[in-house]
Design a protein around this ligand. Sequence first.
Ligand SMILES: NC(=O)c1ccc[n+]([C@@H]2O[C@H](COP(=O)([O-])OP(=O)(O)OC[C@H]3O[C@@H](n4cnc5c(N)ncnc54)[C@H](O)[C@@H]3O)[C@@H](O)[C@H]2O)c1
Length: 442
Amino acid sequence: MGLQEKILSKKANIGIVGLGYVGTPLAVEYAKKGFKVQGIDLNKKKVAMINRGENYIEDIDDAELKHLVEEGRISAKTTYEDIKDQDVIYICVPTPFKKNKEPDNSYIHDSVREIAKGLRKEQLIILKSTTYPETTEKEVLPILEATGLKVGTDFSLAFSPERVDPGNKKFTTANTPIVVGGVTPHCTEIASLAIRQVVNLVHTVSNPRVAEMEKLLENIFRSVNIALVNELARMCDRMGDIDIWEVVEAAATKPFGYMPFYPGPGIGGHCILVDPYFLASKAREYDFHSDFIELAAKTNEDMPFYVAGLVRRALSSNGIPFTKAKILVIGVAFKKNIADMRNSPATKVIELLLERGVPEIKYNDPYVPSFKLDDGREMHSIDINPEVIQSFDAVVITTDHSNYDWPMIVKNAKAVVDTRNATKGLQIGREKISKLGSGTRF
Ligand SMILES: NC(=O)c1ccc[n+]([C@@H]2O[C@H](COP(=O)([O-])OP(=O)(O)OC[C@H]3O[C@@H](n4cnc5c(N)ncnc54)[C@H](O)[C@@H]3O)[C@@H](O)[C@H]2O)c1
């Protein structure tokens, strides 16, 4: 049976390399459609959890995963020993940047080397990890073709970026259109067929380079627009009496040609902070310096420093120096209503405050019981109530989870630095609130 027939009859085995935020929901979608899925992840804990039917991704339904595992539709291994048995192999491994912000594609290279050991005719490999243009053809393909097998005739290779938005209830794997570009037209066709089994709308492009660049455009678009509104927030602070949040809300009433972006304490997560650097680095190989990307990154990365300045000012207006302050940070996940701490700007804000001599910082986040600072120090979420809040000199709101009782927090705080407009509309305690982008002068 050829690969096309196997896919159409749901007899194709699906291999998912990397069982994280991207790979695990994809595994569930294929299993739900009747495919047999094997996940491969080097993390023993995750593999053991999957095999016990235990879920660790918020967007996945616990009972559904358990059922699929019990039915034998999803299983997981820490090795690539069954890679030859997989017909369609997705690569969903991390693509972080290094300390110096250079892209780190070593996870892709490692996984492709393992896949190459079991590569056979009629396999389809789809790279989903976000990366710079040319990765699929110049880094993945040579490793696979070193086996002697040829792309397009023996096996297929495509790039298809991921668009999952953790926590988004409206747009999920199934109803978010997906882009795919294969190394050859046949690769595009067969990859598109495989993806259509779990995604309603697939948009094909001429080659992997377009798909790789397209993904970066999406995230750079966000980075640049967030930078713009962060700059305007600081401008509003300088000018005094204009609230950027009200400005954005008003602009968003325009039904065309405008899309709201919001200021904040900085950019976090795996994508918007990291991805622009992937393209900037690749562009430099071509003697091209992207001013937009660099300027946006600089503006956004300055925000935690700016927020530390807001905190200093809020404290000093109550006569308290940094070196004597007790600070409570509210919300540390990188965005609201999720537990993801990757590159969270709250971590940076806390580190900056500690560096500047603040002797006591505690945090509360219902989604994040504990996390580590860059220096390895462990922080633990504390319970909050009126007495606890009263015991701090300032409360810094870095993530506005929906379940916080803002009136209670503001009522009991001595000073509040709000970087998310969480205190919007509160009348009580307004004089204590320094809100980013609403006229706190420096
Ligand atoms: N999380 C998102 O919202 C999102 C959205 C779009 C794109 N992406 C991109 O998708 C890719 C994966 O992101 P993620 O959020 O799922 O990452 P993740 O860290 O949640 O998961 C990646 C998994 O890969 C595993 N892994 C690492 N090296 C491996 C190897 N050699 N073999 C097998 N498994 C290995 C890790 O143990 C981990 O469980 C990244 O390139 C990311 O930029 C992520």
